[in-house]
Design a protein around this ligand. Structure first.
Ligand code: HEC
Length: 365
């Protein structure tokens, strides 16, 4: 973690100071198990750059799934109309430039980008949770009887003496040919593995995932909260951190084709609810040092995040947890060419007491 000094010397005009740090990550070349590749091509170690990305809470993602496509599209249209800087790979000339599709398990239907900082996922039924339970843990299920795996990885693992020594102990049922190298390779690349997770377990997981509630806002009637809320709107924070949406019909849609027919009706739905996520669901560029990969980051929903200290003992914020407090998170918006520059100039003009009200408001929502 390296120290960072912004153009104001990490100081407000009234003398109050703050610290900023950012991560610089390197991974030694010999720590890589498999030769570095991108899109199937070897890449030299000297071309490697590492960026951190932490996950954010998955509560409330069911409610965000219930926002209608029309309303999401309208938000892009509004921002485009107001001349906002929009990621041309996501939205260009009045329409979406990319969608989320799943042709492997689904029929290639196009879903609007909604989830992850990179807007790489569509409906929650094939969103970060439904995918991560499989591709981060390699937990197989009836509709995915294969690992998240590359042939290059399977090759290296199959030749690794340590893997060879233990393979049949872990997977006795895979003593297929007796050639341990071949058996390891076939196991890792198989598409007919037993399902680690039953359908019932996967359904339960998605009921929980869709349904995980958002904590209610605290002290919303207090004077300080109300003052912070007003300032948040006046400074333009709310243009990106859009306070409220009303959900649509919330028909269950699954790019994987798992939650269809009778199964779709097992999942909870949240039609026509007024929700308060404080996000426009759109990416912006804050231009911070060692910024997120691609430089585009979806506006993080602010709901519930203020309980992080209580729930986890830490209140880290931003995509790589570089901000340890709300003030630090705000000041990382302040680069000269940041899309949020104007709101930070306004924030800097606030009195100490007003800044505190903004922080209290953000911690309370
Ligand atoms: C141009 C759009 C934009 C504006 C204006 C904006 N933000 Fe943000 N905000 C973002 C984006 C994008 C992120 C996520 C950045 C990241 O993690 O790299 C973010 C993240 C945050 C976070 C951290 C969220 C978390 O828990 O990780 C806070 C707090 C925050 N903004 C508060 C504010 C406040 C207060 C203002 C007004 C002074 C403001 N923002 C103005 C786009 C904006």
């Amino acid at each position: 973690w390296l120290p960072y000094t912004d153009e104001w010397g990490n100081k407000f005009d009234d003398g109050e100071t703050y610290d900023l740090i950012y991560p610089e990550v390197t991974i030694p070349e010999d720590a890589f198990y498999v030769p570095l590749q991108a899109k199937g091509k070897d890449i030299p170690y000297s071309d490697l750059r590492v960026r951190l990305e932490s996950t954010i809470g998955i509560y409330g993602t069911g409610l965000l799934d219930a926002i209608s496509d029309e309303d999401l599209r309208a938000q892009y249209q509004t921002e485009e109309k107001h001349g906002a800087n929009l990621n041309p790979t996501v939205w260009k000339d009045g329409d979406f430039a990319r969608y989320y599709t799943n042709t492997k398990q689904g029929d290639g239907t196009k879903y609007l980008p909604r989830y992850t900082y990179g807007l790489t996922r569509g409906s929650i039924q094939d969103g970060p949770g439904a995918n991560a339970i499989w591709n981060i843990t390699n937990v197989t299920r009836s509709d995915r009887r294969y690992h998240y795996m590359t042939p290059a990885y399977a090759q290296v693992a199959s030749e690794d003496p340590e893997v060879q020594a233990k393979f049949y102990t872990y997977y006795p049922e895979w003593r297929k040919s007796g050639d341990v190298k071949k058996d390891i390779y076939d196991y890792l690349t198989s598409s007919e593995l037993p399902a680690d997770m039953t359908d019932e377990e996967y359904i339960d997981f998605m009921v929980w995932h869709r349904g995980l509630a958002v904590p209610s806002a605290r002290d919303a009637d207090s004077k300080e909260f109300q003052q912070g809320k007003k300032l948040f709107e006046e400074m333009g924070c709310a243009t990106c951190h859009r306070p409220t949406w009303t959900t649509g019909d919330d028909q269950i849609r699954d790019p994987n084709n798992f939650f269809v027919g009778a199964r779709a009706s097992l999942l909870p739905r949240y039609p026509h609810q007024k929700i308060w996520p404080y996000t426009d669901m759109i990416q912006h560029q804050l231009q911070m040092k060692n910024n997120i990969r691609t430089g585009w980051c979806r506006t993080t929903p602010l709901w519930g995040r203020g309980l992080s200290m209580k729930a986890t003992g830490a209140s880290d914020r931003l995509h790589d947890c570089r901000a340890r407090t709300v003030i630090e998170a705000i000041m990382w918006h302040g680069a000269k060419n940041s899309d949020a520059r104007q709101s930070i100039e306004k924030f800097r003009k606030l009195s100490k007491e007003e800044r505190k009200a903004v922080v209290t408001f953000i911690e309370s929502i």
